[in-house]
Design a protein around this ligand. Structure first.
Ligand code: SAJ
Length: 420
């Protein structure tokens, strides 16, 4: 089977190497020439465990090549981004539409086209299907079209692509059957067949469920902070109930999924999707909460009332621990807000190469407070001796609750503050 995958990002590339790993001939297509040349020389543009080894193997076995142009294949899979439209936050399908148009000259009767990008409910039927019909294909007869949303967690993509259950939403039952056969190549999870619109809504709702639950945890933090209750103790105890699972509070919600997809539902039914919108607003308000809380900590512990000449060391910018992915990261908003307030900012992120960022040692030098905004492993055990030596005052504000606090640390007079 020959598979052509349009979009070689976080989903398209791992999917491509897994098809190659399972005997398929794969061409990975992207509009970015730098990505194509680096992939063909076996260099990754994203950080993902296990991916490099699989890409090397696929290239050495001549089963994978990257290209700027699609080629004739049996199966076409579209994995391009779907951002929000600026005006109404609805789903911007422009990349999906141009990817679909780009494959039309390569399509032949009997081909299968799968949309994996997250799209608003009804998009496959109302917008994508007509593109192929205009191209001269009858869907379900000479071209099989399905929406099969990706559902994998960055950091665990390879493992989850193989083991997660998969939703396959065809335009017709025959489209679902054909798309299901494609995933049987490497998926060990259940392959669940449904209609395209049900698949679209299920995917959008999975991410919305998580976003709403995180918002509840973030709201709890704000309430607890106001009335003086330890949020983390509350979560630990409440979660001992067999049917309660309060999520983790943090500096906000980032990534290309949770911060975007709930708006796809909201924009279709704004009068009904009240909770969904409120959750988005709550999560978007967290960077401001981090800034206010930082000022409160500085006033309480260091007795500082004015921001002049205050230095903050930011630890972590990526939206997710142990990756360099900064898409929609709330840390970026926190940094902007701190700068606007007049703080002097030094940023350290061991997973990001950015000339404006600095080493841990430089970041903490003369800092009045250190703020952890990403849950990188490197931040679990901080060098407190160095911090006490270098920082103006040894205070850590840990918004991700990952910094380990031992009795020794407490004795050493480090102030580690979390949402507790
Ligand atoms: N976060 C919290 N508290 C939590 C959990 C997460 O503040 O309790 C924050 C994270 O710090 C991060 C953001 O939420 O900033 C999103 O991270 P995530 O780990 O929840 O998820 P993503 O965006 O990396 O991946 C999600 C996943 N969806 C679900 O878990 C329902 C993944 O399975 C999807 O495939 C992916 O979106 C996607 O591509 O849609």
């Amino acid at each position: 089977m020959k598979v052509c995958i349009i979009g070689q990002g976080y989903i398209g590339l791992p999917t491509a190497v897994l098809f190659a790993d399972n005997g398929c001939e794969v061409v990975g297509v992207d509009i970015n020439p730098n990505i194509i040349s680096s992939l063909n020389s076996c260099e990754l543009h994203i950080e993902e465990p296990g991916l490099k080894e699989k890409l090397e193997l696929a290239i050495n076995n001549k089963r994978y090549s990257a290209s700027l142009n699609p080629q004739k294949s049996d199966v076409f899979i579209i994995t391009v981004p779907t951002p929000n439209n600026i005006e109404d936050l609805s789903c911007d399908l422009s990349y999906v539409i141009s990817a679909c148009k780009s494959i039309i000259p390569c399509l032949e009767k009997g081909n299968i086209v799968i949309i994996e990008s997250t799209i608003a409910p009804m998009s496959t039927n109302k917008i994508i299907k007509p593109i192929f019909e205009k191209g001269g294909f009858e869907i379900g007869k000479d071209l099989y079209l399905a929406h099969c949303p990706e559902r994998v967690l960055p950091g665990k993509i390879i493992e989850e692509l193989i083991n997660n259950d998969r939703i396959v939403g065809g335009i017709t039952p025959q489209c679902s059957n054909k798309a299901a056969e494609v995933y049987e190549t490497f998926v060990k999870g259940k392959i669940m067949k449904t209609e395209a619109k049900t698949a679209e809504m299920s995917k959008c709702m999975e991410n919305t469920f998580r976003d709403v639950n995180i918002a509840l945890a973030n709201e709890l933090t704000k309430i607890c902070s106001k009335i003086g209750v330890n949020t983390l103790d509350v979560i630990e105890l409440a979660n001992k109930h067999p049917r309660v699972n309060i999520h983790s509070p943090g500096p906000g919600v980032g990534g290309h999924c949770l911060a975007i997809d709930p708006y796809f539902i909201y924009s279709l039914a704004p009068d009904e999707a009240k909770m969904i919108k409120l959750a988005r607003d709550t999560n978007n308000s967290m960077p401001k909460f981090v800034v206010d809380k930082t000022k409160e900590i500085l006033a309480k512990i260091s007795g500082i009332e004015t921001i002049e000449n205050l230095k903050i060391a930011i630890l972590g910018v990526s939206y997710k621990g142990n990756t360099g992915d900064t898409r929609e990261s709330p840390a970026l908003t926190c940094i902007e807000l701190f700068k606007k307030e007049g703080f002097d900012i030094a940023i350290h992120d061991p997973h990001i190469n950015d000339e404006n960022y600095c080493s841990f040692e430089e970041a903490i030098e003369d800092a009045d407070i250190c703020i952890v905004l990403s849950e990188h492993d490197e931040f679990k055990n901080l060098d407190y001796n160095l911090m006490k030596e270098k920082m103006k005052s040894p205070i850590v504000f840990d918004t991700k609750n990952i910094v380990k606090i031992s009795d020794k640390t407490k004795k050493e007079n480090m102030d580690i503050i979390n949402y507790g």
